[in-house]
Design a protein around this ligand. Sequence first.
Ligand SMILES: *Cc1c(COP(=O)(O)O)cnc(C)c1O
Length: 224
Amino acid sequence: MPVNKEAYQQIITEFSEKKVTLVAVSKTKPLSDILELYNLGHRDFGENYVQEMVSKAEQLPKDIRWHFIGHLQTNKVKLIASFVQLIHGVDSLKLLKEINKQGEKFGRVINCLLQVYIAQEETKFGLNEEELNELIVESREVSLQNVRVCGLMGMASFTDDIKKVREEFSYLKRLFDKQALLPAPNFQLQTLSMGMSSDYRIAVEEGSNMVRIGSLLFGERNKE
Ligand SMILES: *Cc1c(COP(=O)(O)O)cnc(C)c1O
């Protein structure tokens, strides 16, 4: 399936008035697909497997901004620490500390988003409100010089119930606004990453400023 350039242009046009960043989610898709959007000027791409992202980054132009959107295991941080633009799914202090350690090793400050659990489905990933508050307090206490927590990320329920999806996004926006009022060194909430192919418009209406879109641009994936 070819890259859907019409959808791409349409999304870019939709967002041109708003300050919304499009992360093109290229997981499982070939290098040639990424290059097609790259040649249209796109630079932000998202991947959710470490090995796949590393391999693609090695083979593609160096000015691509790679977003890691999957669940990151602590022992794999070192593989992406030298080049990753933004890690979207941080959900523990342990992981944040490891990212800090690797950031120090590579002499850079690594941008992170804390993943908040907003959907009704059971999942192992993401923080609830209480855990989010705890992690924020803890991460302020230990001084992490080589990470910058710059926002929150969340995924709404997989459902046709638009009202529910909207409520979940609006809930995350409220959490974001609360935390954004309490800036600290290395802790400045600016980015709210929410919205995918099926729900990005609702997400943007509810205050998202970063959407992660895969299948709408690259077609359905065969495997996850
Ligand atoms: C795969 C994925 C996306 C993109 O999903 P689409 O429905 O294909 O747009 C967005 N966010 C995360 C975390 C993903 O894993």
